[in-house]
Design a protein around this ligand. Structure first.
Ligand SMILES: [Zn+2]
Length: 446
């Protein structure tokens, strides 16, 4: 087998790798670069017409976002993934298309050169028609390859991929989950492979103990709500928002926080929460048992999903304690901005960050303690209490990566920034593994 790394080389987005054997070309992921200034999403590095099949690890945009582009550029083959991955990818891609259209419109309005969307609804429809669900643990013959998906514990339906041909094995990690997640099953371990292509997002740091995060989260919620304030939580729509709802529900059930209205103000989160009901098998046994007892594991008692922009704006007039969860998770746009503008000046309120905030971005400035920030062109005083809870990551931390890779002799690192990759590589080499930090377009023989 020959492997070429065509994405996520020194970055944490743009996952895309090509595997070739006897003239058959199998693509592992085809994700979008997000916020990586040097990356051009139109530059795939290979001819999509020459690709024979695609296997997807999970539904995140940085692993799926260029699949419709493949079809637009002449690809006609199948896309294999677990059924939950295919179901979840749909609204994620539709939302991405909506944002690309809005960006183009905004640029035209300002008289700037508009970057047209990478692909259209038609390409997305072809993807839906050509996609083929594939269960875990059930090897499938794809061309000369024998492909098996195993649980990666990162998202519902997330997989790592084992590919075998003529007695050789390649393992592709996709994104590996965090073993402390209570909503998802723990990741499986891989077989010992001739080459392991692994992510390295948190290759340089272990996670904070999750129980500490949960204790702090419950305390912040309890204190703010008891004081009559509102808790604003910026969150990603897929997985993080539902996990936050899961713990709010649990804290209510345990009597640790008062029962107050909880608003999910994100149409994408709402759609994903609906899909969660259809994919109950993809969750941990605890979540499945709640579903079996007729309970919704992701629904606090007074949960409401707001739909229209008007409904969202009416939340500004809401009296009394409440929790508002809205996107975008990294404050790059979306309804969260008007909630912050409205609620940051009040010292009774709290803003709780549960996900990564890029350096220099609005979230980062708020966390760093700036007394005033600019939102929608207006100065906004930051008087609300601000918390940043680090433990909710959906990725394996450094020690979990080392554990997962423990038996692997030859490792190629992707999907991590260079300090993280270098640090992980050092530790793996010290154990005797042969480790390469992949460059874009680098070739490996398996
Ligand atoms: Zn991911």
């Amino acid at each position: 087998m020959k492997l070429t790394t065509w994405g996520a080389c020194g970055t944490v987005t743009g996952s895309c790798h090509l595997l070739e054997h006897r003239g058959f070309r199998l693509l592992l992921d085809c994700g979008l670069y997000q916020g990586e200034p040097r990356a051009d999403n139109r530059e795939l590095g290979f001819d999509p017409r020459e690709v024979d099949a695609v296997v997807l690890s999970h539904a995140h945009l940085d692993h799926t976002g260029r699949i419709p582009l493949l079809y637009r550029e002449g690809y006609t083959g199948r896309v294999y993934a677990t059924s939950p991955t295919l179901k979840l990818a749909r609204p994620i891609l539709e939302d991405a298309l909506k944002l690309m259209k809005e960006d183009a419109k905004r640029a035209r309005r300002k008289g700037l050169p508009a970057e047209e969307p990478l692909w259209s609804e038609a390409d997305l429809r072809v993807f839906a028609e050509r996609s083929k669900p594939m269960p875990y643990y059930s090897p499938r013959k794809i061309g000369p390859f024998r492909v098996t998906l195993k649980n990666a514990g990162h998202l519902p339906g997330s997989a790592f991929v084992e590919v075998q041909a003529e007695g050789r094995t390649l393992v592709f990690s996709g994104d590996l989950g965090n073993r402390r997640k209570e909503t998802l099953p723990d990741p499986d371990y891989p077989r010992v492979a001739d080459l392991t292509l692994s992510e390295s997002t948190y290759g340089d740091r272990p996670h904070r103990p999750f129980q500490e995060t949960l204790v702090e989260f419950a305390e912040v919620l309890g204190r703010t709500l008891d004081g009559g304030g509102k808790v604003i939580i910026p969150s990603f729509a897929l997985e993080r928002a539902q996990e936050i709802l899961f713990y709010i529900r649990r804290f209510e059930a345990e009597g640790r926080i008062p029962v107050v209205p909880v608003f999910v103000d994100s149409p994408l989160t709402t759609r994903i929460s609906e899909i969660y009901h259809e994919i109950q098998d993809a969750f941990s046994l605890e979540v499945q048992s709640l579903y079996r007892r007729g309970l919704d594991p992701f629904a606090p008692q007074r949960l409401r999903y707001t739909q229209s922009v008007d409904e969202s704006k009416r939340l500004n007039e809401l009296e009394g304690p409440a929790i508002i969860i809205a996107g975008s998770g990294m404050l790059s746009g979306g309804r969260i901005l008007h909630h912050l503008r409205h609620h940051l000046p009040n010292p009774k309120n709290a803003v709780v960050f549960v996900g990564y905030q890029p350096r220099g971005g609005l979230g980062h400035r708020i966390i760093e303690g700036e007394p005033e920030v600019e939102i929608h062109g207006h100065p906004v005083a930051v008087r609300a209490r601000v918390y940043s809870l680090g433990g909710f990551s959906g990725h394996a931390g450094r020690d979990e990566l080392l554990d997962w890779l423990a038996a692997e002799p030859r490792i190629v690192l992707v999907h991590g920034e260079d300090p993280a990759r270098a640090s992980l590589a050092r530790r793996l080499r010290a154990r005797g593994a042969q480790v390469t930090r992949a460059r874009l377009g680098q070739k490996f023989t398996v």
